[in-house]
Design a protein around this ligand. Structure first.
Ligand SMILES: Nc1nc2c(ncn2[C@@H]2O[C@H](COP(=O)(O)OP(=O)(O)OP(=O)(O)O)[C@@H](O)[C@H]2O)c(=O)[nH]1
Ligand SMILES: [Mg+2]
Ligand SMILES: [Zn+2]
Length: 310
């Protein structure tokens, strides 16, 4: 009897947070420290994919190891980067080298809005280009914006104060400066950056996989590999008529269009178009809206069904 009790005690599942996922192994932070885990049961199969940020139940086995046996419902999730339960998405955008692609930024802000994930924008390389005009567009659209020079550290403290708490996923093109920004804010991370990798001859995509790093102040940050625009166009579709809900600056205007079902592209009496003309809605944002709308309109029903969680 006593032996059985001990056995049960030993097997009592622990609550954990997936910090890293690589090659079928998950590094899970539990009250008993970090455990290297594999999935058990349905988590071994491809249909329930576990991602970084997942809250899970773990059965410890031998020293430092365990099995994942349960998954808590997700608050939210992204497919690329594959991460769950984030408090915000930080879009890291290079103001130059590489030049910013506003359409890509606006696609990402729309996807995040669709998934009810708050977005902040960080414009990097402020030492090389004037980030002011870009910052103005996105402040006007209602986003929180930071302008940083990660090499000198200018502007990074303000951003760091926000990122210290909660879970922040960083997202942006390869070379945008995600790892450099994180190193400026959290020097103890020592993340590899483009400059270093070129010396090692590894080429693009310095960051290889998603990983949560503790900030030391209760929060976590996820450095993610750079992406190409295709990744999210293919995987995260939405009906074109619902795109207007993903542009926060349309609110207060789109309700006042003359026709219900107005697509805010060409219609007479469109209050969104009027706001663009009046300079109240940034023109580049509206251009992106139209481009994404056209793209979404061509999506077939079976493709819409693909929208979902990993
Ligand atoms: N001048 C200047 N250079 C920067 C700044 N931020 C990053 N860089 C440089 O830009 C290059 C790319 O930076 P990374 O931090 O590796 O970019 P990344 O977004 O992490 O790239 P991936 O890991 O490939 O996705 C490096 O050579 C950095 O030194 C900045 O604020 N100013
Ligand atoms: Mg990187
Ligand atoms: Zn309209």
């Amino acid at each position: 009897m006593r032996g059985q009790g001990l056995e049960q005690q030993k097997k009592a599942p622990l609550e954990g947070l997936i910090l890293r996922s690589q090659g079928g192994f998950y590094q899970v932070l539990t009250e008993a420290g970090e455990l290297q885990c594999r999935g058990r049961g349905r988590f071994r199969k491809e249909d329930t994919q576990l991602v970084v940020g997942d809250r899970v139940q773990v059965e410890p086995t031998q020293e430092g190891c365990g099995f994942i046996t349960g998954l808590e419902p997700r608050k939210n999730s992204l497919i690329r980067p594959p991460v769950a339960n984030i408090d915000r998405l930080a879009l890291v955008v290079s103001s130059t080298q590489p030049a910013p692609n506003l359409l890509v930024i606006d696609q990402l802000t729309a996807i995040a809005a669709r998934r009810e994930i708050p977005v902040v924008l960080v414009f990097t390389k402020a030492d090389l280009a004037d980030t002011g005009p870009l910052a103005e567009v996105y402040r006007k659209a209602g986003y929180l914006v930071f302008q940083v020079d990660s090499l000198s550290g200018a502007g990074t403290a303000e951003a760091g104060a926000l990122f210290a708490r909660g879970i922040t996923a960083f997202c942006g093109n390869s070379g945008a400066g995600k790892s450099s920004l994180l190193n400026a804010i959290f020097p103890e991370l020592g993340l590899a950056t483009g400059g270093i990798s070129r010396k090692l001859g590894r080429g693009r995509h310095t960051t290889r996989h998603v990983e949560l790093f503790p900030t030391g102040q209760g929060g976590y940050i996820a450095d993610t590999p750079g992406f190409s625009a295709i990744d999210f166009l293919q995987f995260q579709r939405m009906p074109a008529q619902e795109l207007e809900l993903c542009f926060p600056e349309f609110e207060g205007h789109r309700e006042r269009c003359r026709f219900t079902g107005c697509s805010h592209r060409v219609e007479k009496g469109c209050a969104v178009l009027a706001a663009v003309e009046a300079g109240e809605i940034p023109r580049s944002r509206h251009e992106s809206y139209k481009a994404i709308y056209e793209e979404l309109k061509t999506v077939k029903e079976w493709e819409l069904k693909k929208e979902g969680t990993p």
